[in-house]
Write a protein that binds this ligand. Structure first.
Ligand code: NAD
Ligand code: TYD
Length: 349
């Protein structure tokens, strides 16, 4: 029987991966290990929490003993590692927690898996979920491919790059069966409202200023989170051991263009006159070292494993806006307490 440990399953992407795996693999035990930081919320998994094949363990991935116990208690055969500190702005304010969770946490998991599996690697896999930000920043042309040299530029991407290197080093040195994927920006339900899309939907709804960094010229490639979860499923089950797969939507948007589309959709769904919320756009000081453009070439994943995004961006954005407008209670829950302090310190507008 398979037993799959998913780290960071109470976070944004992790919760979609847990839901997909719990629903798709009723004969496998799906173990979610998460320390429930500000970004982790068990409400994200309310619909699957009572399933017989789901287990939750509250544990810190930096705690070797706790990780080892979870591996042994559930006889884990595969790991999908998503737990991380994930917000670039927070990494600029406090890089140390990024080194701790993203680097030491990943190393702790690798070492624990190596010890637990103890060379019996048949049918075992350590899947490390990473980001396209490790490749650095693009100018106006070109794409990141799997062979683009690493050139991380923020404390967040530097910590993710370091973790990717450790994963590959464990494969090279100890033959640990690993696979790595690097994905572009995700959007969708259950994303913590410190990231651009949920933050702006929430602010438009409440007529609060929309803090656009710099001139809003930066470009991101957006992928609907359920498509990322499907890609993870495909790579986990069919990816080549030791290999890397880029995941992206071929869906680039300049921030300011995306913000204008969001304003249109939110205003329409709230019954406001078209463009009513344009006045909320507020240009603020740029993020330090702000990467200009990310763009992923995910051709390899399509040609080798047949994965493609299923949703058009307009459809995904509409679904996402509706979800946030319908789930104000979820937003209120995650934005109480510490979030208010973060918001005031981050945005003095
Ligand atoms: P998130 O911040 O929403 O969730 C992270 C989860 O990890 C939370 O549930 C948190 O409680 C948990 N966690 C943090 N530190 C932990 C620790 N020390 N021990 C145990 N659990 C801990 O992040 P996300 O946006 O869902 O991203 C998940 C993964 O995907 C990350 O590795 C991130 O680098 C990667 N990724 C994210 C994006 C994106 O657009 N969000 C894109 C590409 C890759
Ligand atoms: P974000 O969602 O933080 O993702 P990342 O930095 O990992 O790409 O930001 C997406 C883009 O939106 C990025 O170019 C920064 C910009 N941005 C703003 O202009 N204002 C904001 O308040 C935030 C959070 C982001």
């Amino acid at each position: 029987m398979k037993s799959i440990l998913i780290t960071g399953g109470a976070g944004f992407i992790g919760s979609h991966v847990v839901r997909l795996f719990v629903n798709r693999y009723p004969d496998a035990t799906i173990v979610n290990i998460d320390s429930l930081t500000y970004a982790g919320n068990l409400e994200n998994l309310r619909d699957v929490a009572a399933r017989p094949n789901y287990r939750f363990v509250k544990a810190d991935i930096c705690d070797y003993a706790q990780v080892q116990r979870a591996l042994a208690d559930f006889a884990v055969t595969g790991i999908v590692h998503l737990a991380a500190e994930s917000h670039v702005d927070r990494s600029i304010t406090d890089p140390f927690v990024f080194a701790r969770t993203n680097v030491i946490g990943t190393l702790t998991l690798l070492q624990a898996a190596k010890e637990y599996w103890n060379g019996h690697y048949d049918g075992r896999l350590f899947y490390h979920v990473s980001t396209d930000e490790v490749y650095g920043s693009l100018d106006h042309g070109g794409f990141f491919t799997e062979t683009t040299p690493y050139d991380p530029k923020s404390p967040y991407s530097a910590s993710k790059a370091a973790s990717d290197h450790f994963v590959r080093a464990f494969h090279n040195t100890y033959k640990l069966p690993v696979v790595v994927s690097n994905c572009s920006n995700n959007y969708g339900p259950y994303q913590f409202p410190e990231k651009l899309i949920p933050l702006f939907i929430n602010n438009i709804r409440h007529n609060k200023p929309l803090p656009v960094y710099g001139r809003g010229e930066n470009v991101r490639d957006w992928l609907f989170v359920e498509d990322h979860a499907r890609a993870i499923d495909v790579i986990f089950h069919r990816g080549r051991i030791g290999d890397t797969y880029n995941i992206g939507g071929f869906n680039e948007w300049k921030n300011i263009d995306l913000i204008r589309v969001m304003i249109r959709v939110v205003d329409r769904l709230l019954g406001r006159p078209e463009g009513a919320s344009e006045k909320l756009i507020t240009y603020v000081t740029d993020r330090a070292g702000h990467d200009l453009r990310y763009a992923i070439d995910s051709t390899k994943l399509k040609t080798e494993l047949g994965w493609e995004p299923s949703l058009q961006f307009e459809e995904g954005l509409e679904k996402t806006v509706k979800w946030y407008l319908d789930n104000q209670a979820w937003l209120d829950g995650v934005t109480s307490g510490d979030y208010q302090k973060y918001y005031e310190q981050m945005y003095k507008i």
